[in-house]
Design a protein around this ligand. Sequence first.
Ligand SMILES: [Zn+2]
Length: 146
Amino acid sequence: MKAKKPKKGVVKNPVLDKYYSLLIRGRTECCERCGSTEMLQCSHHVSRKFLAIRWCPLNACCHCRNCHAELTFAPHDHYEWITDFIGKDAFDSLRARGIKITPYSQPERRDMLASLKAEWIWMQAQRNDGAEGRLNFLSPYEVLER
Ligand SMILES: [Zn+2]
């Protein structure tokens, strides 16, 4: 039996993913398709395999588990929903940014994580102060461009 080859291009980023998901779900605190507040999930528009946009605030929304599953298993409906939601130009722009090869270094990932953590602390403080509605957070990619 052949040894299992490691998958190329698959990079696990569990802590970055965790804070990104908290921010996406915390941004609206409800499903952006049906309004449910139950079983909320982070739902990517363009696949997470594209690291250049994996943690981009524009590349995901909050869906309940049902909407997430329905859209995941109906790619045409998913595309239609996304392009209605963020606009076709924004979706095309995301996809174009996504195909860049982006081998982030450990220090870059550390900076991105610090950015997402800081945004999560800010978001929680806003909610604790009674903020309602959508709370947009800053992109961790911006810290790489400073
Ligand atoms: Zn829903």
